[in-house]
Design a protein around this ligand. Structure first.
Ligand SMILES: Cc1cc2nc3c(=O)[nH]c(=O)nc-3n(C[C@H](O)[C@H](O)[C@H](O)COP(=O)(O)OP(=O)(O)OC[C@H]3O[C@@H](n4cnc5c(N)ncnc54)[C@H](O)[C@@H]3O)c2cc1C
Ligand SMILES: NC(=O)c1ccc[n+]([C@@H]2O[C@H](COP(=O)([O-])OP(=O)(O)OC[C@H]3O[C@@H](n4cnc5c(N)ncnc54)[C@H](O)[C@@H]3O)[C@@H](O)[C@H]2O)c1
Length: 459
């Protein structure tokens, strides 16, 4: 048995906990998969690298409307794929080497299971290695949920973990699910020439968004992809040459490949949490308080294993808070989950922060909203934009911004001033008129939306 000051399970955001505060301490870093976790290897980073290539292909296809004639002559999938993983894989390997050879870290490459409070056993190539620590951080992430009907059918399927590494582009792809992952991969594969068919159980896509954004995104998606809404999958058949889904209404949907994107759940099963006295919530997340403490003394959790948000910037924030709390027991910091933004890098992009209109009404606000079309600001004219919108939700009485919801080009960037305003309590009028907005930049869509809200100070 080896004793450490700190043991970390998972090297996604957990990897960043080894701060200079631990330079003279001993840290166990435990990882059963690829170093760097989901974001680096199978999540945010590779998907956005593929999205960039897809955006280029779409730009070329759309260029004629601006008087520039160009065509996509071909898509070299393997080159696209290898650019992505040629960049990422060495980073993961470097991170692993650094922990394996680090001066104050010991890397355990295997699955960790709690055997008691702050004691673990790690299965390293069949050898059970015992680890104890003064403090343990569970940063074990989550995994894709695969519905029973798919699992039991025996048909081959991909998840986001595998689809990016395929050798050849299929000619058609069926995507099960209508959330973040579905929207991003639909864009990637369709822009690269694959026929995309989406099957989802909800009545629209991106249903967690404000209703107006979800509806607009669904309409735009239906113009690009074959979308089956409110669908149940009754049966699946197929093999490596193709799959057929039979839906509840008898419709059949065929594709060369199937991508399952029906949500992710925490990796809490198999951690032996019951042995450590670490409680979980009904959805499988590890229960934590605002400081990241689990129900077991000296055991902390962060990121997808415990957070209400499955987002990398949230996992990173929680890691920063816990890094502080581990060494400042008398001065604990709390997670800041007040205004968590998110963006979907699809075609178009979608970004949001704060309350949806419905949430604001449910919370009892005197709600005012403004939906500003991209096409009505100067940069939108330049783009000939017909679909982009920036919807703001505010409190009519207080003049405070409550939420921002953007669909359109660069939504993930255009939204940032709204995130800042919410986080620092900047009022709508103050934000609109208390600063310059560069003309004729796309951010004017946000400025005009602010000025269109019925709040004190606005004309
Ligand atoms: C396709 C996709 C795209 C995404 N895109 C974005 C995006 O654009 N923006 C964004 O904000 N978020 C995005 N996310 C979400 C983001 O990737 C996650 O929220 C984030 O990576 C979670 O980090 P984490 O540290 O909690 O867990 P992870 O990064 O998943 O790390 C957990 C690690 O723990 C290891 N582990 C688990 N159990 C054990 C065990 N018992 N013993 C040893 N090791 C164990 C795992 O192998 C893993 O490496 C995306 C996710 C996916 C799947
Ligand atoms: N850009 C980003 O920030 C980004 C990108 C990808 C993933 N993520 C994170 O990963 C998480 C998981 O993504 P996701 O897209 O898998 O989940 P999601 O929760 O966003 O969407 C799941 C979708 O699957 C549908 N669904 C669920 N079960 C189904 C079934 N049996 N049949 C048909 N449809 C079904 C749901 O109605 C929903 O549309 C996201 O919630 C997000 O937090 C973030």
């Amino acid at each position: 048995m080896t004793h450490f000051d700190l043991a970390i399970i998972g090297t996604g955001s957990g990897n960043s906990l080894v701060t200079p505060d631990f330079d003279d301490k001993r840290v166990a870093v435990i990882e059963e998969g690829t170093f760097g976790g989901t974001c680096l290897n199978v999540g945010c980073i590779p998907t956005k690298m593929f999205v960039y290539a897809a955006d280029i292909a779409d730009h070329i296809r759309e260029s004629a409307r601006y008087g520039v004639d160009a065509t996509v002559d071909g898509v070299r999938w393997r080159d696209i794929r290898d650019r992505v993983f040629g960049r990422i894989d060495p980073i993961a390997q470097g991170g692993k080497d650094y922990r394996v050879n680090g001066p104050n870290t010991t890397a355990y490459l295997g699955h960790a299971t709690f055997t008691g409070p702050r004691s673990l056993v790690v299965d390293v190539d069949g050898e059970q290695q015992e680890v104890t620590a003064d403090q343990v951080v569970i940063a074990a992430g989550g995994h894709a949920v695969v519905p029973e009907v798919v699992r039991e059918s025996g048909v081959p399927f991909h998840t986001s973990d595998t689809i990016m590494r395929i050798d050849e582009l299929p000619s058609s792809l069926v995507i099960l699910g209508g959330g973040f992952i579905s929207a991003e991969f639909a864009h990637v594969f369709s822009a690269l020439g694959v026929e995309v068919r989406i099957v989802t159980r909800g009545p629209g896509l991106l249903r967690a968004e404000d209703a107006e954004i979800s509806q607009r995104f669904t309409e735009v998606a239906q113009q690009q992809w074959d979308v089956h809404l409110s669908a149940t999958v009754d049966a699946l058949k197929g093999d490596d040459s193709g799959v057929t889904l039979t839906l509840g209404d008898g419709t059949t949907v065929e594709g060369d490949l199937l991508l399952v994107a029906t949500g992710r759940e925490p990796n809490s099963a198999g951690l032996g949490l019951e042995n450590a006295g670490v409680a979980t919530l009904s959805d499988g997340r590890v229960q934590v308080d605002e400081f990241g403490r689990t129900t077991a003394d000296g055991v902390w959790a962060l990121g997808d294993i415990s957070s209400p948000y499955q987002l990398k910037h949230v996992a990173n924030h929680e890691a920063r808070v816990i890094a502080h709390n581990l060494v400042h027991p008398d001065d604990l910091q709390a997670f800041d989950h007040r205004f968590v933004p998110a963006a979907v890098f699809s075609h178009p992009q979608v970004a949001s922060v704060g309350l949806t209109e419905q949430q604001a009404r449910d919370a009892g606000h005197d709600v005012t909203t403004k939906t500003q079309a991209y096409g009505d600001v100067a940069y939108g004219w330049a783009m000939e934009d017909t679909t982009g919108i920036c919807k703001l939700v505010a409190d009519r009485q207080t003049g405070q911004l409550l939420g921002a919801h953007i669909l359109g080009k660069d939504a993930s960037t255009v939204i940032q001033p709204a995130i800042q305003a919410l986080s620092f309590g900047l009022g709508v009028h103050e934000m609109a008129r208390g600063q310059y907005w560069i003309h004729p930049a796309l951010a004017e869509v946000l400025e005009n939306a602010l000025l269109g809200l019925d709040v004190p100070g606005n004309a």
